[in-house]
Write a protein that binds this ligand. Structure first.
Ligand SMILES: C[S@@+](CC[C@H](N)C(=O)[O-])C[C@H]1O[C@@H](n2cnc3c(N)ncnc32)[C@H](O)[C@@H]1O
Ligand SMILES: [Zn+2]
Length: 252
């Protein structure tokens, strides 16, 4: 895919230590051996957990998610009952097997290298695109541009690309230290992609076309209300009667 002048300029100005084009069009960004990469039986990372907690605070009933780097499929297990659909991607067969074994009707796992363009990714757009390590394990600025161009092409009009401070900073053993990104790096990348970057919490960074929808402020209250709605009717009405009685007693 041809790379825009914005990315050439970004390379010169900000990422000159990194190669512009690695020349590998077969398997760009594949660095570790499969058994090191495979996350199918490993614990969800802290940065991935934070992203899931952020997304969990939205009303997801009509939302679609693209999860890049599904690992142990914890995101799908956590959110599948509340979302319309999840598409997940990985380069590792064991992760695909774990995803398929879950048998979730609205969760589809696809083998796809995120630096290799859009072939294989459904043509639809998504409300959330989740990638806790977009710069890992990237090989060059051209393939990084391909990744963000893929994400922009699959981002719904009010969609959010969600990533994390720690995940962006992390880089793999032996990698050039410049692959460790901070907020200003991702903000510059967002601009080259035609997007804006937002620091929505101390750790969560969002790329979007305009200021992203804010999640519910009080996740505990929201979860509490959701649980309350699922209580059997007589239990819920008993609870309400008691709450009213307690309020009346307090006012006497
Ligand atoms: C360290 S694991 C993290 C899994 C999960 N996101 C988490 O944080 O718990 C990295 C994930 O990225 C995937 N991955 C690595 N290189 C990739 C590439 N070039 N394209 C797409 N996915 C890749 C791996 O298959 C794995 O699912
Ligand atoms: Zn490359």
């Amino acid at each position: 895919m041809p790379v825009s002048e914005g990315w050439h300029e970004l390379h010169r100005r900000r990422f000159a230590e990194l190669p512009f084009d690695c020349g590998n069009d077969v398997d760009p960004g594949i660095v570790d051996s499969p058994h090191v990469r495979d996350w199918s039986r490993r614990k969800t990372t802290d940065d991935q957990q934070r992203i899931e907690s952020y997304i969990d605070r939205f009303d997801l009933r009509d939302r679609t998610l693209l999860h890049v780097g599904i690992g142990n499929s914890g995101l799908a297990r956590r959110l599948h009952k509340r979302v319309k659909a999840i598409v997940g991607t990985t380069v590792d067969d064991p992760e695909i097997r774990v995803a398929h074994a879950l048998g979730l009707p609205n969760y589809r796992a696809i083998k796809h290298n995120k630096y290799s363009g859009s072939t294989g990714i459904p043509a639809e757009t998504f409300d959330f695109i989740i990638d806790n390590n977009p710069a890992v394990p990237c090989c060059c600025i051209r393939h990084l541009a391909d990744l963000f161009s893929l994400y922009a092409s699959r981002l719904g009009s009010n969609g959010q690309i969600v990533t994390d401070r720690e995940g962006l900073q992390w880089s793999w053993p032996g990698a050039h230290e410049r692959w460790s990104f901070d907020f200003d790096d991702i903000a510059a990348i967002a601009r080259a992609t035609g997007l804006n970057a937002y620091r929505v919490t101390a750790d969560i960074y969002v790329l979007a076309r305009s200021a992203p929808e804010r999640p519910a402020r009080m996740p505990l209250l929201r979860h509490g209300l959701r649980r309350f709605r699922t209580l059997p009717a007589d239990l819920a009405s008993q609870f309400l009667k008691r709450a009213r009685r307690a309020a009346r007693n307090m006012l006497r």
